[in-house]
Design a protein around this ligand. Structure first.
Ligand code: ADP
Ligand code: MG
Length: 612
């Protein structure tokens, strides 16, 4: 029989380090959270080689007493909670007392700290979890923690580290989140000595600009409202400003960054009718709820939370976001400083009864959820106005489900792909300004001319790339592209590739490029949309085949932006298309949609009951 061993704290800490500390960005997250918990107003993060060789987080917070330094490095040692009851009312970011010991066990860690009331600071050093004694040292007020050689004693974990560049991006994303979630704290991030991010701690707008750039503010509604006892604040981008992936979605709950299904589906469902497929809303939302109706202790990285009542949260968020996007009169109460009103509407409507009802907020703290069946309990106990909230939420969810089913029903059935063309095709005409009708004497073909056009351009462009003979056309007025740091870094790295593809770009001031020329075949490319799409895919493009993917993307996007809906194919293009269709059975557009659909004579005859 195997012996059961009680693990020593050294072993135990390394195991828990594996759970909390995955990579340099997790160290940054834990250290910055500690600085925030210590009431810092200025936090500086400096990293070397993507944090792999060194991470320093310095703050001007409360500091740690000399005689507590060793304790801070012990597992389950925390100053933030002291008894089980505290667990139900956590307002600090940390509370488990495991971050410092976990980080210390897999690195060489130094803490220098000085509480304001002390004359001297103190310093402690720990290597692989073994710490020395605290000694006096000169220090400014606050705490500075340095983590060197992360994972030096855990080679298995070290192997999983990515390149310094991608660890750096992860840290930038982490710090950017802190900036957005703590707009009253000033953050600085330096990477290999270069300043990457800098916020001023003077409010959300400034924080938002620091991360996403000035132009993004103009594309967003700033909202500040309360619904069902939940304070909802932040930026919701207009649907036209949606992104190609979910990395532009940030939610904070009581100051903590969270990823929660209830919240994110409430927001995306509210946006869904405004967005095309595979477009994702862009938002930064901050929610405030009484901490006793949220459980933060459900996820090892504290990324997810559990609400005592999902429906109340869902309903509140869904209704607020929908109102803003629908541009109903009530949006006027939600959107702040709406220089540009979300709607052309008569303001009188705000005084209408309905809006008065809307203002009647449902206080969360009325809910006493000690029971296993919270919803039922509340439904029985509460007054009618409160039960209405539940009914309202139920109705939302039901109508959403219904909508979803309806749209699913309307989705076109998959069409056949392989089309054999042996005889000559004759153009019959054009229908609905969208489809070309062809026949070959036997069967009928419907051709999506938009998709076909894209395919023709795509092939033409790829051919030019292959032969390295892209004709470019200088832009009369160069296009100025202003990006955030991450996006800038991405494009900068790929500059040569863009140039090879005929999109000539050069640096033009901080985080800005100038686009000088574009390929002739896509001369009327909408550069704003194009770069928007390319950079919004930045986080998903981390593979080794990046160049390939990017080349295709550029070709696809280029073609897509070059075509406006309703564009007709000219005769030459129709001929070209027909010859392409003949040689390539089952031709698809660059996005994989079919270009042609065959309707057989038999099928048509059946419609008219010529045959059965
Ligand atoms: P937790 O944050 O869960 O309490 P940690 O291991 O992250 O656990 O930190 C342990 C303790 O060290 C904290 O409770 C706090 O008292 C102290 N501490 C850590 N970082 C700082 C800091 N930057 N400023 C002041 N105190 C700190
Ligand atoms: Mg902590």
């Amino acid at each position: 029989m195997a012996n059961i061993n009680v693990l020593s704290s050294k072993v135990y800490n390394r195991i828990s380090a594996g759970e909390v500390i995955e990579r340099p960005a997790s160290v940054v997250k834990e250290l910055v959270e500690n600085s925030i918990d210590a009431n810092a107003s200025n936090i500086t993060v400096s990293i070397l080689s993507g944090g792999i060789s060194s991470i320093n987080v310095s703050d001007d917070g409360d500091g740690i007493e000399k005689n507590q330094l060793k304790l801070a490095l012990l597992p389950h040692a925390t100053s933030k909670i002291s008894c089980v009851d505290d667990l139900y009312n956590v307002s600090s970011l940390g509370f488990r007392g495991e971050a410092l010991p976990s980080i210390a066990s897999v690195s060489k860690l130094t803490i220098v700290s000085k509480p304001k009331n002390q004359q001297f600071g103190a310093k402690i050093y720990s290597e692989g979890g073994v710490s020395g004694v605290a000694e006096d040292t000169a220090s400014s007020d606050g705490t500075s923690i340095t983590v060197d050689n992360l994972f030096f004693n855990t080679p298995a974990r070290e192997k999983f580290l990515k390149t310094a560049r991608s660890e750096e991006s992860e840290i930038i994303v982490t710090v950017a989140r802190f900036i957005l979630g703590n707009p009253d704290i000033s953050f600085k991030l330096y990477s290999d000595g270069k300043q990457v991010l800098s916020s001023y701690g003077d409010g959300l707008e400034s924080a938002f600009i620091c991360v996403y750039g000035v132009s993004a503010v103009k594309e967003c509604y700033y909202i500040d409202t309360e619904k069902n006892g939940i304070v909802i604040k932040g930026y919701l981008a207009k649907p036209e400003y949606a992104k190609g992936n979910r990395s532009y979605q940030t939610v904070f709950l009581n100051g903590r960054f969270i990823q929660n299904q209830t919240v994110s589906s409430a927001i995306s469902n509210a946006y869904s009718s405004y967005l095309m497929k595979r477009r994702y809303p862009f938002y930064v939302l901050s929610l405030e709820l009484p901490s006793d109706v949220v459980d933060c202790n459900v996820h090892p990285n504290k990324l997810d939370v559990r609400f005592q009542n999902n429906q109340v949260v869902y309903g509140a968020i869904y209704s607020v976001v929908s109102k803003v996007l629908d541009g109903s009169a009530q949006a006027l109460d939600i959107v702040v400083g709406n220089k540009e009103k979300p709607i052309e509407n008569n303001v009188d409507y705000v005084t209408h009864n309905e809006s008065v009802l809307e203002k009647e907020t449902f206080k969360f703290d009325k809910l006493v959820f000690n029971d296993v069946k919270p919803e039922q309990d509340v439904l029985n106990k509460e007054e009618k106005s409160d039960t209405d909230i539940f009914a309202e939420n139920k109705r939302y969810i039901e109508s959403l489900e219904l909508n979803k089913k309806e749209t699913e029903k309307q989705e076109p059935k998959p069409v056949q792909t392989a089309i054999k063309l042996e005889i000559d095709l004759k153009v019959v005409g054009q229908a609905l300004n969208t489809y070309l009708i062809l026949e070959d004497g036997l069967d009928l073909y419907l051709i999506d001319q938009h998709a076909a056009h894209e395919r023709i351009l795509f092939d033409k462009f790829n051919e030019q790339i292959k032969n390295q003979d892209i004709l470019t056309q200088p832009l009369l007025i160069p296009y100025i592209l202003t990006l955030n740091y991450l996006e800038y870094g991405f494009i900068e790295e790929k500059k040569d590739l863009f140039n090879q593809l005929g999109i000539e770009i050069e640096q033009f001031g901080q985080n800005t490029f100038k686009v000088n020329s574009v390929p002739v075949c896509i001369a009327d490319l909408n550069l704003k949309n194009f770069f928007d799409d390319v950079v919004s895919d930045l986080f998903s493009l981390k593979s080794v085949t990046l160049n390939e993917v990017l080349r295709d993307k550029i070709a696809v996007k280029a073609c897509k932006s070059a075509i406006k809906s309703g564009d007709k194919l000219n005769d030459k293009e129709i001929d070209l298309l027909i010859s392409m269709l003949k040689s390539n059975l089952g031709l698809k557009c660059p996005h994989g949609r079919p270009i042609a659909v065959k309707i057989s004579r038999t099928e048509i005859d059946k419609w008219f009951k010529r045959i059965v």
